[in-house]
Design a binder for this molecule. Structure first.
Ligand code: IDP
Ligand code: MG
Length: 151
């Protein structure tokens, strides 16, 4: 487990439209994660098909691509201890009806096909997703906070 672990977190078009960009970013900041990349992107269906390549055989795939291409998303990379797994815990279960209150989906969403946010499911997929969404690279900078957040 590294304090430099990075995860790809994305606020989906419904999260942007519903004005939840601030609250979602706040949760990651307040938890102690460091923002190392961020942009607003209206992604093409082709780009989203690559992002969701593993799901291309699923019956909901065409609807998923249409939803994800319906408006801009906020693409982000967050860094910190166990960022991938902890990011997923903060998001909640895929189906918001099964997400615990206190999670993003558990607090803000009801339907699996409109679940507000994405988070990488493994360190390996985080690397792939970061490369796909940030081919220009992420931002390197130091903060003085690490000793206040990590032992
Ligand atoms: P995850 O986002 O929690 O990793 P995945 O299984 O990777 O969940 O599915 C990717 C996205 O596809 C989900 O976040 C959700 O938006 C959508 N999705 C998953 N299952 C369904 C479904 O049964 N119906 C409609 N959309 C679904
Ligand atoms: Mg997934």
């Amino acid at each position: 487990m590294s304090i430099k672990e990075q995860t790809y977190i994305m606020i989906k078009p419904d999260g942007v439209q519903r004005g939840l960009v601030g609250p979602i970013i706040s949760r990651f900041e307040a938890r102690g994660f460091k923002l190392v990349a961020l942009k607003l992107v209206h992604a093409t269906p082709e780009h989203l098909q690559k992002h969701y390549e593993d799901l291309k055989e699923k019956s909901f795939f065409p609807g998923l691509i249409k939803y994800m291409a319906s408006g801009p998303v906020v693409a982000m990379v967050w860094e910190g201890l166990d960022a991938v797994k902890t990011g997923r815990v903060m998001l909640g279960a895929t189906n918001p009806l099964a997400s615990a209150p206190g999670t993003i989906r558990g607090d803000y969403a009801l339907a699996v096909g409109r679940n507000i946010c994405h988070g990488s499911d493994s360190v390996d997929s985080a690397k792939k997703e970061i490369a796909l969404w940030f081919p220009e690279g992420i931002v390197q900078y130091n903060t003085l906070l690490a000793p206040m957040i990590f032992e």
